[in-house]
Design a protein around this ligand. Sequence first.
Ligand SMILES: [Mg+2]
Length: 94
Amino acid sequence: MNEAEIFHSCLVKWGRVSQTLMIIEELIEFQLELMHTLRSIKPFDREKLMEEYVDVSIMLEQFRTMYYFGEDEILKIKTRKLNRLKELLKDELP
Ligand SMILES: [Mg+2]
């Protein structure tokens, strides 16, 4: 079973609303981990942060497939935004 098949099976099993709620939940978990680390509530835990990062990455990929965001469309927007950042940083870059 490849990644696309896994995402499709998740949608079939739990549905779009539940999976969208999972995206929100994973984003919150990542935010909370960052907040607790930055506020020194807990020590920096690289493994835990990576786990939450990967959870979010997986859910965002699932979101992309759920709402039919084409890779080419995403790349086009990403390129435009990176170019804007590059423009903002033009005085800083070598
Ligand atoms: Mg998580």
